[in-house]
Design a protein around this ligand. Sequence first.
Ligand code: NAD
Ligand code: UFG
Length: 350
Amino acid sequence: MKTKFLYRYLSMILVTGGAGYIGSHTILVLLEAGYDVVVFDNLSNGSTEAIKRVERLANRKVHFEHGDIRDRKGLDEVLATYPVTAAIHFAGLKAVGESMKKPLEYFDNNVSGSIQLLKALRQAGVFNIVFSSSATVYGDPGTPVFNEEMPTGTPSNTYGYTKLVVEELLKKTQAADPRWRVALLRYFNPVGAHQSGTIGEDPAGIPNNLLPFIAQVAVGKRQQLSIFGDDYPTPDGTCLRDYIHVMDLAEGHVSALQALKRFDKGGVGIWNLGGGQGHSVLEMVKAFEKASGQAVPYQVAPRREGDLAQFWADPGKAKRELGWEVERTLHDMMADTWRWQSKNPNGYQK
Ligand code: NAD
Ligand code: UFG
């Protein structure tokens, strides 16, 4: 175990959305760091099988409560049952394209759900919260390196907009009541899987994101990848993103929880969780082929609406204030994705 996780400041953590991709990896890291965990998830995009596998990996129990964050009564019951000291809030809908077609569902789940959660936490006297935000809140600032001092912008899609609204909701809630300690974690592009290959990303239907799509082509579930545009002003013409291994991301949450404890008078901490380096779509394809030994056929397709040409994190603030930085390489991201995908071609459904 790493030294940075030796100190346990907070004990029972409520993890909303803990049965999903990032949540399941985070609960594993929490358990390994000695925290107790209660997951609250409506299973709209999560799996109890993921939780069972986390329990086996950690050799510890996860408390699971099936429920929806929009249901205040359900939240109150959970908070009355478990001695929760902090919440990590992953629950929400995340498909960019779908969010443009279903704005009411996205605002309802992501914004109304967060309001219910904050009210329930306040009533239970729990004032520590870590929120899953996204680099999308920067909008298009006109520079590829995003740092936390930059003003937020206008996200290009409804999903991103809900993240910005919840950030504002949390900031204003904390400003009105200084008992709150809030971490806003702006993720860049989470990819990869636990190194055991037993838990990973299990997208429903056709994957929206690059790496799950590549992995499904490699395993033979899809014929070829479409690369959305090769005429961007980047070195090889394809878009650059800051891909971050999901286990590095998960560890960032534990570091953020520990940092909250140091906020003696409450406050809001905003941290980018990224590696600080951009990789192009073509680089990703080649790196995956190398790590997996599989061919990934592709065709070049038109640009996808709303994509920025390139951006990556300035990870300096997280390093200075959380003592956290990424440790895993691009090869690790690819090898771990392939291990998960090849061992579980149908995800959690055998
Ligand atoms: P995911 O869909 O795998 O996990 C979300 C979990 O929340 C699922 O288990 C789902 O069943 C649950 N859930 C959804 N709505 C709920 C509700 N109303 N009540 C209770 N549970 C609910 O997604 P993920 O990739 O693990 O993302 C986790 C969080 O991180 C999300 O808030 C997402 O917006 C954010 N995020 C993800 C990415 C990414 O690329 N994966 C990037 C930036 C931010
Ligand atoms: N891409 C392809 N083909 C695909 C899928 C993606 O070429 O089949 C390209 C995209 O055009 C983009 C890159 O691969 O250039 C990465 O795309 P992803 O969809 O994997 O990731 P995004 O950067 O578009 O989206 C991510 C998160 C969102 C978040 C957004 C913030 O998934 O949650 O970053 O910008 F809102």
